[in-house]
Design a protein around this ligand. Sequence first.
Ligand SMILES: Cc1cc2nc3c(=O)[nH]c(=O)nc-3n(C[C@H](O)[C@H](O)[C@H](O)COP(=O)(O)OP(=O)(O)OC[C@H]3O[C@@H](n4cnc5c(N)ncnc54)[C@H](O)[C@@H]3O)c2cc1C
Length: 539
Amino acid sequence: MADIEVPVLIVGSSLVGMSTALLLGHHGIPALAVEHHRGTAIHPRAAQITQRSMEILRIVGIEQIVREKSDEQFVQDGAIMAVETLAGKELGYFIANLNEGVRDVSPCERVFISQSLLEPLLKSRAGELGAELRFATDLVSFRQHADHVEAVIRHRDTGETDSVHAQYMVAADGAHSGVRETLGIRMQGRGVFSRSVTIYFRADVSSLLRGRNLSVIYVNHPQLRGFFRIEKPFTSGFLAVNAIGDPAKPITDVATGLTDERCLEWVRLALGSEDVPITIDNVMPWNAEANYAECYSQGRVFIAGDAAHAMPPNGGWGGNTGIQDAHNLAWKLAMVLRQQAGPELLDTYDAERRPVGTFTTEQAYSRYVTRTAPYLGTDGMQPVAPDLNVELGYRYDSPAICHEGDPGPLHENPRESRARVGTRAPHAWITMSGKRCSTLDLFGVGRFVMFCGPKSESWTKALLAVREAGRLPLRDVDVYGLDTPGFDDPEGSVSEAYGLTSDIALIRPDGFVAWRARELPGDQDAALAAAVKTALMRA
Ligand SMILES: Cc1cc2nc3c(=O)[nH]c(=O)nc-3n(C[C@H](O)[C@H](O)[C@H](O)COP(=O)(O)OP(=O)(O)OC[C@H]3O[C@@H](n4cnc5c(N)ncnc54)[C@H](O)[C@@H]3O)c2cc1C
């Protein structure tokens, strides 16, 4: 008999492990997460939170508080641009305003909030939803059995160990994942291209900003390549340094033997001013790399976050991609644990998330090359895709997605997906019982949503028929059409965004389109029952 029995054990409780615990809690699964560190992140690291991640935080009820805290820390809606030095020459803008031109696609906005501020919010909500987070606790070992995972965890201070019996284990233990190594899962990709550092400093740089609202400032100085992020009230921030010296043949190990004097010299150089007093608070080494795991699961163990894909911060996607891994996995684990879905549904985690992780890592690499390290060359590099396509326009393909022939591109402008099978169901503003909300607010726990076009009454009848006959594995397929009580779409924005007329779109609990029935097949009841069974991988 083990000391602790839990449905899911999570290894690592930083950004991604904590998100996994939170999302499992949201789906009613009380997970245990163990974390080596004594508390939540102390280094800011990730700060750019995409609309997709904010949509996920909205679903679990913390969008508003995250927005409030983000405003305290950073000026929002800033630019992503490049300079020779902060005081000196501007070299160009990649994005002039973080949210310009993207507000129509989501109920949420991109925000800047660092991990050190975000993690306590995730922690507190995860706790409310039933997760247990144990800090200063290491996973020591684990073994997989046919029907469970057996693990040993140890408290770092007391040395006390506990045995854990879990149905499943999620490893969110970072780029150097010990679990991934134990499983023998290899990384592939472009390797490590810089031993970089982040230098945390204090300095009043307000005069150097000259009123500009800048979120990420790339520094392309003849002697240094990296980027700044500056916090409100513009008296602190960090400089990440990736390379120094000759831009054509730079030194890329900037971490080894680094001294405080050198850090000071670099910050001064990148600021482009001798007049601003600077204090160095901290230095954190990290590898700039673009690598992805050859598979995301083995048996009952899943890897997520940096354990599955390690990418350079250019683009701001490492943490976001991990949050989306957690989101894809959590509802599947919950429904399999409740026996609402077949265990094969869990195999679709790898099939759906790995191509997205690989694509996003390559896109981050392309930005690293074009923004910071042209010396790496563009041979074999993916062309830079628009940020919005990377963040919201990715598409899943797996046996649980009922594709109609060619699944289409892996990524596209989310405005063009029109609820194509495998893509994120689009956002449209609707009214529910007199209250304005997003279509995304309807997707939820253990429930599929069926949107019907204006001429699709026969589908509603089909749904009622299969429910009555007990042919659906789920009681909870919510149907929304023009005649649904309380559902109001006066401007037809759902039909427009989803491209619906006489057809339907079946949406999974994670807000991805599982099935479209564009034409009326002979037996609609049977087609619908079969689609739900496929989406849940039920025999
Ligand atoms: C300078 C910089 C800027 C960045 N900016 C952004 C950004 O703007 N947006 C973005 O999305 N991403 C950004 N990133 C990337 C982001 O920080 C990472 O992708 C993210 O932190 C990964 O989270 P994780 O939880 O997967 O891994 P980690 O944060 O590495 O956490 C893994 C955790 O597992 C714990 N652990 C490991 N082994 C064990 C064990 N055996 N037992 C218990 N615990 C264990 C570790 O202590 C650690 O806390 C940035 C990174 C850097 C370096």
